[in-house]
Design a protein around this ligand. Structure first.
Ligand SMILES: Nc1ncnc2c1ncn2[C@@H]1O[C@H](COP(=O)(O)OP(=O)(O)OP(=O)(O)O)[C@@H](O)[C@H]1O
Ligand SMILES: [Mg+2]
Length: 265
């Protein structure tokens, strides 16, 4: 599979923030987008995900299907996932319920449910009929717990409100838990590495690596080469003033780390 941006432009009101960005992300590839503050990295990610604040020109193509006019929900259903730079809290919606419902929406059958969990479940919301096509509810919760364990997220977090009172690093790990659990085809991580301690950084890098192994195409937006020590991007793109001014292999990230962005302004 491939996700292509073709001459993408993004505007807020009449102000153009993204200028003619073209790139193709193939399944199993890691692309890193680097650039100074305010260069348009988050805007690029939002435009890709149809954030309503941004008007977009150009094309977004998933395989051979143009999805430029699709809503955020339609894009998510086609397998595009985005982790936010500043994840929002939704008190009252627990992590497990959010992920269960999202998983059903993305992978469940739309016809009547075929599989129903036979084990008694204490949470009344979980006892609603499960309609995910290929796995049972207990298999889903076991997988969720396994992913949480691998990311060193205590199981108690799963029944807390999503990001409600979570620390900065915990929120970032929660974004990764969502990506691993929801099994997207393409994942965009906007500064997933910001504010992480060294152990959490390795944990998040492990998450990205396991997505790559499953064939997920990954776009990481980052400021630092730090996370790229644990992951080798296939391509690095430098975004300055809303334009890709340079693309190259992993070595480009090292060059930016030592020389900064001045040469590209
Ligand atoms: N909704 C908006 N209204 C007005 N200006 C906006 C809006 N969204 C983005 N911008 C402007 O567009 C520019 C690019 O912002 P963006 O958040 O994409 O930068 P960034 O590269 O992600 O920066 P950072 O590294 O600090 O996260 C900034 O000057 C920002 O103020
Ligand atoms: Mg940003």
């Amino acid at each position: 599979m491939k996700l292509t941006l073709l001459h993408l432009q993004a505007f807020v009101s009449d102000k153009q923030i993204i200028h003619n960005v073209s790139l193709t992300l193939q399944s199993g590839e890691i692309h890193a987008v680097m650039g100074p503050n305010g260069s348009g990295k988050s805007t690029l990610a939002y435009a890709l995900m149809a954030h309503p604040s941004y008007r977009v020109k150009g094309k977004i193509i998933l395989n051979n299907k143009e999805i430029t006019k699709y809503s955020t929900e339609e894009r998510a259903k086609r397998g595009i996932f985005m982790a936010l730079q500043s994840p929002i809290a939704i008190p009252g919606v627990t992590v497990i319920n959010l992920l269960r419902t999202s998983y059903q929406e993305l992978h469940g059958s739309t016809s009547s449910p075929q599989v129903q969990n036979k084990r008694p479940i204490q949470n009344p919301l979980l006892s609603r009929r499960w309609k995910a096509a290929k796995i049972t509810l207990s298999e889903f919760t076991d997988t969720l717990r396994d992913h949480a364990k691998a990311l060193h997220i205590d199981e108690s977090f799963l029944s807390r409100g999503i990001n409600d009172g979570f620390s900065g690093g915990e929120k970032k790990k929660m974004e990764m838990l969502q990506a691993l659990t929801l099994q997207p085809k393409f994942a965009i991580f906007d500064e997933i590495d910001t504010g992480l301690d060294v152990d959490a950084l390795k944990t998040v890098a492990y998450g990205i690596e396991s997505l790559k192994k499953k064939g997920v195409g990954i776009l990481i937006i980052t400021h630092y080469q730090r996370i790229l020590k644990y992951l080798k991007p296939d391509y690095v793109h430098v975004l300055v003033d809303g334009k890709i001014v340079k693309s190259g292999k992993a070595v480009l990230a090292e060059k930016i780390e030592s020389e900064g962005y001045d040469a590209y302004r």
